[in-house]
Design a binder for this molecule. Structure first.
Ligand code: SF4
Ligand code: SF4
Length: 321
């Protein structure tokens, strides 16, 4: 896989105001420039865009997707949807989305067991999980060890997690968005995971945009993390793709390119028609949302622009620009 992965959350309907054709052209542009790895998820609602991309490219990229399934039936439905919409027989990488603790992992174990069955049948090439927390990284590393001491301490068994292949953790220069510790602690856990044979690709290199003022330093930090096979970065323009590709190719980046990349400071907006149901506040693991006078409000300093809150808003009142 290319060291730079196209993180497609940013071209989904809750974020960039791109039509499907524009979004597909942007991804095709990145593939023609050498990127060969796309990260998506059922939540991102962009399988139709990716299918358009696949029809336009001569060499199929590696695709990772994610599911929130708890049960076997839900995992089957997610898998069927991805296969149908992406027009493929085999999913390259199928991950449990947003596992934030061993308890959530235990709750999703039935779905993960089914994902393992899919892998054994050759319908999925690799399985694993994505996370904003350190605990699941440690837990997956422990699941692959012979002692399973962390699991046993919680009176749990790792079961199918012993056969996980991949972790997609949140990691960046300042640890922005890590739910249960520091960047240093996440790095230690990732190294431990890599030593057990797990493959890793990172996310949130720029902390949801908060690290744009130190763009070069933040990207150099990610490039130095030897345990990351790839880094998923959300991109919304050809300029951003070119700048990131230069950095990931070890080429010098001009001040103009950095300014171009920095121009895209992101914002989460909650529209006036928010009904004040509070579901988004419950959903946000970063404590970035709060209620005031029966409306949701955001603390932009805490928000990492993951889009999870938008997925629970029935009023479609949350947008990320
Ligand atoms: S989920 Fe949507 S409608 Fe409910 S409080 Fe949040 S923004 Fe408002
Ligand atoms: S406010 Fe929404 S986008 Fe921001 S961190 Fe919370 S869930 Fe993610």
């Amino acid at each position: 896989m290319s060291r730079l992965c196209f993180g497609t959350l940013t071209i989904g309907p809750s974020q960039a105001a791109l039509c499907d054709d524009e979004a597909a052209s942007l991804i095709v542009y990145s593939l023609n420039k050498g990127i060969n790895f796309l990260d998506t998820a059922e939540l991102y609602d962009n399988y139709d865009v990716i299918r358009k991309v696949l029809r336009q490219c001569s060499r199929r990229p590696v695709i990772a997707t994610k599911t929130y399934a708890y049960t076997r039936q839900q995992a089957q439905a997610s898998f069927d949807l991805a296969r149908k919409k992406l027009d493929t027989d085999c999913i390259d990488i199928f991950l449990l989305h947003e596992q934030e603790s061993m308890l959530t992992m235990a709750g999703h174990h039935e779905a993960f067991s089914f994902m393992l069955e899919l892998k054994e049948k050759g319908l999925v090439r690799a399985i694993g999980l994505s996370t904003h927390a350190i605990e699941p990284v440690r837990a997956l590393a422990d699941a692959k060890s012979s002692h399973n001491s962390i699991w046993h301490k919680h009176q749990l068994e790792p079961g199918a997690y012993r056969y996980a292949d991949i972790i997609h953790p949140l990691i960046n220069l300042r640890g922005i968005g890590i739910l249960d510790g520091s960047a240093g602690e996440m790095i230690t856990a990732c190294r431990q995971a890599q030593s057990t044979g797990l493959g890793l690709y990172g996310m949130k290199a720029l902390g949801g945009g908060h690290l744009l003022p130190v763009y070069c330093e933040a990207m150099a930090f990610m490039m130095d993390l030897e345990f990351l096979s790839s880094v998923a970065v959300g991109m919304q323009s050809q300029d951003e793709i070119d700048t990131n590709l230069s950095v990931f190719s070890g080429l010098p980046v001009s001040d103009k390119q950095v300014k171009q990349a920095m121009r895209k400071k992101r914002q989460l907006r909650i529209e006036d028609w928010c009904s004040g149901c509070g579901k988004c506040v419950e959903r946000c693991g970063e404590d970035a949302l709060y209620m005031l006078r029966d409306k949701a409000h955001v603390n932009q300093q805490k928000c990492v622009y993951c889009g999870y809150c938008a997925s629970v808003c029935r009023e479609f009142a949350i947008k990320i620009f």
